[in-house]
Design a protein around this ligand. Sequence first.
Ligand SMILES: Nc1ncnc2c1ncn2[C@@H]1O[C@H](COP(=O)(O)OP(=O)(O)O)[C@@H](O)[C@H]1O
Ligand SMILES: [Mg+2]
Length: 251
Amino acid sequence: MINMPTDLVLKSVTKKYSVDGNELVALENVSFSVKKRESVGLVGPSGCGKTTLIRNICGLEAPTSGSVLFLGKPITEPNRKIMMIFQSFAILPWKTVQENVELALLDKPKKERAKIARNFIELVGLDGFEASYPRELSGGMKQRVGIARGISTEPDVLLLDEPFSALDALTANNLRNEVLRFYLSKKHKPDILILVTHSIEEAVYMCNRVIVLSKRPGHIVEDIKIDLPFPRNRRDPRFYEYVDRITTLIT
Ligand SMILES: Nc1ncnc2c1ncn2[C@@H]1O[C@H](COP(=O)(O)OP(=O)(O)O)[C@@H](O)[C@H]1O
Ligand SMILES: [Mg+2]
């Protein structure tokens, strides 16, 4: 029997920057692994290295020491198996909705690219807006474009960096449920969700596990399993026990 490697493994990830000749340690010895069908929340004080951590996971940056392995192989550059969705949407204002989603699919033949993009635009509820430009869209709709682009490559791992924090409460909640729908559905990727958020409630709402990071240099303070079924009920007293416990760890 072949021993399958755990899907995503971080081994002693340390990241240092040089700022004006001084060493700034952003992350220190961060190790954890994530299996298929897990959603992991990353919470911690502002500046503790959350964004740095997920940039290292998707290969936008390399750790100073330590490593990130996916299915046993080191991640050394951005790739379609691990996609990231940004707080600022990161969509190009001079391109249409359709063109923005197609950007993730440039390695596909043009015809196929257009078809896949249309399909995912529909899945996030933007059909009819294919030819619209970002300036014609609300914040929530822009983030739907970001989500469509993020999932259109059917990534195994989806990384989200405070994706809902620029949105009003109602829109944010709709999109949380939408992302959960993709994650929970067996029909669609991703199989792994990693969510950076400053909302502890959001982490408890969406994740099976919440990893709490310390202030800089970020290291793991606690890794908490959230033992509640989906869809989560915010009024469940156990929901609030988790929120309280994590809040106490951070403050
Ligand atoms: N490219 C960079 N060069 C220098 N310092 C950086 C760079 N990226 C991040 N940092 C620093 O690393 C620390 C962690 O940043 P970040 O990962 O953005 O934190 P968080 O997302 O948790 O708010 C901060 O002190 C930040 O200023
Ligand atoms: Mg950040």
